[in-house]
Design a binder for this molecule. Structure first.
Ligand code: C5P
Length: 223
């Protein structure tokens, strides 16, 4: 049973990986499936919200598209995801779920890079924009609450609670959701650690959609 706690609220979600092109046929990406972000989109619509989903390259279909409550912008690179997100940042809640590449390729080749004997090419990287950080900088107080209410995600291999709290403070956001366990990528299951100003608490291992529904209930009470 899902209470319609988010009627009239606008939710922005980034999801999936980004893809940083090296040339027209090659690039660098990561193992994010987009499942968690898409599950949050579905749970938000179930709760009565309107959702804008900014999705990196992934195979998933748009959840509950027939409701007309969701719009989707497909992007490839972190720069594109940044631009699409900044355009829609006027919302009630922003979930930064995407696994954004920290670095892009400085000068992607216009033509396919050719092999040159045994010599391997070297790549120059440039730092990508911090999408969540830039949205967080625009937050204003509205009715005594931060607008938008920003939620970041963290996948850490060690000391999740400590790193998540550090990340929350550094980014100046009220909530970080930590992925517990190393095998969340691509899986239908996950286990979450919610870190906010009151400390941290676990949401026990479950299907990503079940977790998303619990997370939506929790966040709805904050706004
Ligand atoms: O510390 P880190 O930047 O890895 O924090 C991860 C969180 O920040 C995630 O919510 C992720 O979606 C977001 N992020 C972002 N833009 C980046 C890097 C991370 O929005 N360039």
């Amino acid at each position: 049973f899902q209470k319609k706690l988010l009627i009239g609220k606008r939710i922005l979600i980034t999801a999936g990986p980004t893809f940083e092109a090296m040339d027209p046929v090659r690039g660098i990406t990561n193992r994010s499936s987009g499942k968690m972000g898409f599950a949050i989109a579905r749970a938000a619509i179930e709760a009565g919200a309107e959702v804008h989903l900014v999705a990196g390259p992934c195979e998933l279909t748009t959840p509950l598209a027939a409701t007309g409550k969701i719009t989707r912008t497909n992007v490839v690179s972190a720069k594109e995801m940044h631009a699409a997100t900044m355009q829609s940042r006027d919302c009630d809640i922003f979930f930064a779920v995407a696994a954004v590449a920290d670095w892009g390729i400085a000068k992607p080749a216009k033509e396919k890079m050719k092999r040159q004997g045994k010599q391997a090419p070297s790549l120059e990287f440039v730092a990508n924009p911090d999408i969540l950080g830039d949205v967080a900088k625009t937050v204003r107080m509205k009715g005594g609450r931060p607008h938008p209410y920003c939620i970041g995600f963290a996948a850490e291999s060690t000391e999740l609670a400590k790193h998540a709290e550090e990340k929350r403070k550094r980014k100046g956001i009220p909530m970080i959701v930590g992925n517990i366990g190393p095998d969340t990528f691509g899986s239908d299951l996950n286990e979450l650690l919610i870190v906010d100003e009151n400390g941290s608490k676990k949401i026990a291992k479950a299907e990503k959609l079940q977790l998303a529904r619990q997370l939506i209930q929790l966040v709805a009470k904050k706004i």
